[in-house]
Design a protein. Structure first.
Length: 110
């Protein structure tokens, strides 16, 4: 069953819903849902909150993709949880962008 699901996703992709919500202060928040039930739940929460308004809902078909070309990452001078990770060049530790599965060849340089 899992093999059929993987084959289906490879051929036809997977559906994702992106809900854009505008806050009263002008901040834009984006939420991702995999099913229409999750969309309904997010919309229900938003409708219950006076200062949040749904701006847009997008239905997107996504395909898995792996870029095989070389991508360079240089050291960063800040840390953000979930965005950066610690990596080493020689014995020196630095902060780098988190490696994503879509990038096959990442070279960390100083």
């Amino acid at each position: 069953m899992k093999t059929l699901k993987n084959l289906y996703r490879k051929l036809f992709g997977r559906i994702e819903y992106i809900i854009t919500i505008l806050g009263v202060g002008g901040e834009v928040q984006k939420y991702t849902a995999n099913t229409i039930a999750e969309v309904d739940e997010i919309i229900s929460d938003c409708n219950g909150e006076r200062y949040l308004q749904v701006q847009k809902i997008e239905k997107i078909r996504k395909f898995d993709f792996i870029y095989k070309g070389e991508v360079l990452h240089t050291p960063l001078w800040f840390n953000i949880e979930g965005v950066t990770e610690t990596g080493f060049i020689g014995k020196q530790g630095y902060s780098f962008v988190v490696k994503d599965n879509s990038l096959a060849c990442i070279k960390r340089i100083n």
